[in-house]
Design a protein around this ligand. Sequence first.
Ligand code: DGI
Ligand code: FE
Ligand code: FE
Ligand code: FE
Length: 187
Amino acid sequence: MNLDALREATRSQMPEKRWKHTLGVVETAIALANRYGGDPAKAELGALLHDYSKAWAIDRMEAIIREHGLHGELLIHDKELWHAHVGAWAVQSEHGVTDVEVLDAIRYHTSGRENMTKLDKIVCLADYIEPGRDYPGVSKIRELAEHSMEKALVRAFDSTIEVLMERGKRIFPLTVLARNDLIIQYK
Ligand code: DGI
Ligand code: FE
Ligand code: FE
Ligand code: FE
């Protein structure tokens, strides 16, 4: 499927506000790829598709996670995490996206993971800092992203973890692994 068709298919999955966010992530992901020696075409595709299933009904996502055995632990953690794994499955099965790097970047864009690839970092960080984002600390994360994706991502995960802790929520273990591993990678 060509990029224009994928664009329309993605747009049709979500309300206008989410589509605007998606376009912001695309623009930011391409800029990060150019700055950090990533592949801009893969960055664009991963960013375009990263929230493909974000607006899907919870029941639909749960059924897919069960039926296709996506990440076993997912169901006992925050539902906000589900769309990333379901989205990777959906674009592969519904649109024939086969690039494992792109699929992984979609799958781990919310939680991160240990040994994040450059593309994982690009999509995850672009999601946190696209121009439409506005939350406490976002300007500091944007500043860090000028020089280090690792430092920016640690700050970003820290802000997510803080919010989860304030709300008494569970923390998905991959986020903790991602954070610890990114700190080792500081240069
Ligand atoms: O889909 P978006 O809203 O663009 O952004 P996202 O995919 O990064 O989702 C962010 C939400 O996921 C945010 O509200 C926090 C929530 N979340 C819940 N549990 C966890 C988590 N995020 C991370 N990184 N780790 C968790 O354990
Ligand atoms: Fe998302
Ligand atoms: Fe994210
Ligand atoms: Fe997003």
